[in-house]
Every structure is written in C-alpha cells, then in structure tokens.
Write a protein that binds this ligand. Sequence first.
Ligand SMILES: [Mg+2]
Length: 318
Amino acid sequence: MPTAEHDAVLLDLDGVVYAGDRAVPRAPEAMARLRQEGTPVRFVTNNASRTPQQVADKLVSVGVEAAAEEVLGSPRAAAELLVDRVGVPAGGTVAVVGGTGLLRAVEEAGLRAVPVLEVQERPDAVVQGFSPDLGWRHLAAATRWVRAGVTWVASNLDLTIPTADGVAPGNGLLVHAVAEASGRRPDFVAGKPEPFLFLSAARSAGASAPLVVGDRLDTDIAGGRAAGFTTALVLTGVHGLDDALAAEPALRPDRVLLTLDDLWDSPTRERADEATAALHEAWDALDALTTSPGDASVADDRAALLQEWSARLSPGAA
Ligand SMILES: [Mg+2]
C-alpha cells in the first residue's frame, strides 16, 4: 500500500500509465510494485471506443499487468448512474445510442437495453455514448425522446478522441448535436470531470478511500475531488507544475508526483507535499497582490517560485 490511508489506487491511463504506444517512464515498475503489495488497482477512462479487454491488452503490451475487470470506462458508470441516480427500475427500458459496450453495460446493470432505432414506446431513459457506427438516424431517434422529456444520460462529453489517424470528433460533439436539436442538456454525465466514474471504480475495487492519480487537472483531479477522494497529479502527462500552481482552488491536487514512483512515502513525495502547500500559499498571496495582469514584478516573483519548487523537487535536493 503506497500510504496507509488509501485502500486502492484509481489511475487515469493516457499520460499516467502509457503515452501513445509506449509506457510512461517508471510506470511499469510502479505498477508492478503495487501488484506485489496487493493494492487494488483500477484504470479509469472516459474513452469508450475501446472495450475493457482491448485496454487491458494494450496495458499488457506496454509491460503493465492488467485484467479487463480492472478497466472502468464511462459506459459502466453511465449504466450504474441510470439505476442509482435516475432511478430506472430493474428491467426498465433504456434507449441506447452507442455501441455494444454500452448496450452490454446497461444489460449488466439489470436494465433492458434497446438500440435507439428499435425503441417503439417511450423509454425510461436515453443513454448516449460513443460508437464509430452512429449516424444521423440514431441522433434523430434520440432527439425524439429527449424532446419528449425522457431523462438523458451521456457517458462523457469529450469533444475529441484520439485515433490512429489523429484527432476525431468525440462523444461530446454528438451529444451537442442532440442538445442543439432538442434545446436540452444531458441530465447526467457519467465521465470525468463528473464524479460518477470514480465512484464506480471505487465501488468495483471495494474501496472507500482510494487515491486518484491523473495527469489532467480539469478532468482527473476535478473528478476525483468531486467524488470526495484524495488526488495526486503526476507530472508525466498534460499538466505541469505551472498549471498546478495556477489552478483555481477546486482543481488543486492534494499531492504532486514526479513519477508514479512517488506514490510511496519517499523524501521526494514529502518535499512535494511541503512544496505544494507552501507554493499554493505564496501563489495566493501573489494573486492578492496582482492588480494588473502581466505585471512584470509579479511575473518575476512567479518565476522565482517555480524555480524554488523545481529545486526542492529535484532528486538531489536535501
Ligand atoms: Mg490522461
């Protein structure tokens, strides 16, 4: 267990465990150490275009042991949300806009999942997730029920998804199409930065006090905090120290890790915790002093703060 107060570790994938087709430095070693210690691990991803098995296979290919049951995607969180928050009764009908992963997740939650094009009578809810096979007819059918006032759940609102050929439109844009046509917004969203995906992952791990680890403040840290969990920003992905310092209080991580090695009580982590608290305090003081954005003297102070932080975090620091 990295720290005594946590009963599981919930990790984002891209920028935390792998980047593209390669493992993030030190991630395979840290993951192996978590396994060795018997710490429950869950991988948490908004991206529903891969099945849990495909994600697990990718993890194994970069040297990280993983099982499909440990991969928590937004379809499962959306299905649990339909039961827990929307209150769809067992066997209730859900119109599904999405792929087989979402259909299966809704069935596994004890509901009757019907592809939206086959829905004849008013369903108990509409759930919308990503599938590359969605077309205008699916969106039109979803719009009909959403306009009729049926509760509408989206798996996530990611505007783009990464593909082998580059960036492509994500579920968020397809949800927006229905939103524009219906004049409504989804009643619930399962994925990050909402808390439901993290709550679902914690439940799956049997954990009540997990540590959430991610590389983005606006999704991983925001979602982990919304779920009420302790969060750690690992500096191997999208957001850096600079971003953590500048983040509004609600997006600040409890901890900063240089790599996943820092999950364990190490001098580095203790220094990072101290530095985080001290620098946030100093940053707030600077904020209060700033009267004009871009004030040169404040910019200098900020640069000095960043330099101090870097020095304190460097492996050679005392
Ligand atoms: Mg990430």
